[in-house]
Design a protein around this ligand. Sequence first.
Ligand code: NAI
Ligand SMILES: C[N+](C)(C)CC(=O)CC(=O)[O-]
Length: 469
Amino acid sequence: MTKTAAIIGGGVIGGGWAARFLLNGWDVRVFDPDPEAARKIDAVLANARHALPMLYDVALPAEGHLTFHTTLSETVMGADWIQESVPERLDLKHKVFQALQEHCDAGAIIGSSTSGFKPSELQDGAARPEQIVVTHPFNPVYLLPLIELVTTEKNPPALITRAKDILTSLGHFPLHVRREIDAHIADRFLEAVWREALWLVKDGIATTEEIDNAIRYGFGLRWGQMGLFETYRIAGGEAGMKHFIDQFGPCLSWPWTKLMDVPELTDELAQMIADQSDAQSGHLSIRELERKRDNNLVAMLRALRQQGNAAGRLINQHQQTIKTTLTDGPPITSARRVIPADWTDYNGHMNEGRFGQLFSDAADAVMTLVGADTAYIAGGLSYFTVENTISFLAEAHAGEHIRVETRVTQGEGKKLRCFHEMKRESDGALLATSDQFMLHVDLKSRKSCDPRADVLARVVALAKKHKEA
Ligand SMILES: NC(=O)C1=CN([C@@H]2O[C@H](COP(=O)(O)OP(=O)(O)OC[C@H]3O[C@@H](n4cnc5c(N)ncnc54)[C@H](O)[C@@H]3O)[C@@H](O)[C@H]2O)C=CC1
Ligand SMILES: C[N+](C)(C)CC(=O)CC(=O)[O-]
């Protein structure tokens, strides 16, 4: 049964949560008194629909239904997950929890997006404190995996486990913060870095752009794949972490940083920062900046997927849980996906090599269907493509949803031949075809041989069925 999420507060963060749930097949109800809320969520959704599917090599589940509601009761009634993302004011959050707990199921999980409040502060005075946890996301919520799940001893272990499972099923990485603390874990770092940056601007040491350059050309790249401690472990050389601490630890008490001291945010300082930021990025609208950020994030995350590391490993694991059903056809829908931005080239369209990749993925699906799957290959038998004729019929672009339809045109002995048609989902346009001829091989001798009897029987039956249809 389709699950339902209730989004309370549909601003920057609520919109991101709505997109994450919707694109993973949940129905989403939104409550936000702002008359502009639907328009704002639409804009976030447009970004999410462009970016999130590009992360995966398979199609995401069918989108859920999005509805807007004028009462809190209608929004939360029967919802499985309620995500509060109203402005960062404790009195407002208390008011919202009080009102929604009058109508929501006692078994529903209530997550708060709060950047800084501790869960015990949120639970204070609630009718059912055990339902309320902090689920602190990172912007853009639809792309960044981290959710800081902060709990108290009032939250039953079963609820915490369920919360982790649901977040994981959405492609998130739930980091369980077991001991609550103001601003959780990540925002404490972000604040420290931000404080230091404000000093550097105020003291005229660096502009906003120079500070951003110091991050994006250097340690920002390191942090994205190894974090802080693993990076510093390497920086200690062969002697490792202990040597690193001995060498650089004393610097922490030298006057390298202003540490806890916060510059007064006078109008003058705020204006200086705003002016520098305008000079740096004012030529792009917020939507253009978001699109640029999202495309960069997708490309970086896909690179991490290829290495099977950090957030990339998580996305690989999430993809395994997305169900794709292969049927005999004809035709077999052998691939369905979105074209990622990093598959396009200097001509502004999908590069020819990626057409080959897609047809190769389609052939893999046919192999799985006949039983020549990963276990079969690990056992030493497989198929090799020996001939492939591709016709390029129309351009394909980043963000387009496409599918490959395959007919098995020959299946006898060692021979397996497929005719693939790549189509655009939106209008059914035929983008390319591939006539692919494969031979069954023994991976040890690297010579052609007959398939295992059961695989051969399926290949023969499939070819017969497709010929007769
Ligand atoms: N913006 C960010 O980078 C991040 C924000 N957060 C947290 O997310 C929460 C929301 O922040 P943003 O989305 O940035 O704020 P926002 O100002 O963009 O959105 C807040 C939304 O809540 C709505 N709202 C106000 N009162 C409401 C009520 N009684 N019921 C329902 N909706 C109501 C507003 O109309 C607005 O659309 C805050 O707790 C914040 O700390 C967490 C992570 C990152
Ligand atoms: C600025 N902020 C404290 C609201 C930031 C966050 O909470 C997380 C983020 O997305 O950077």
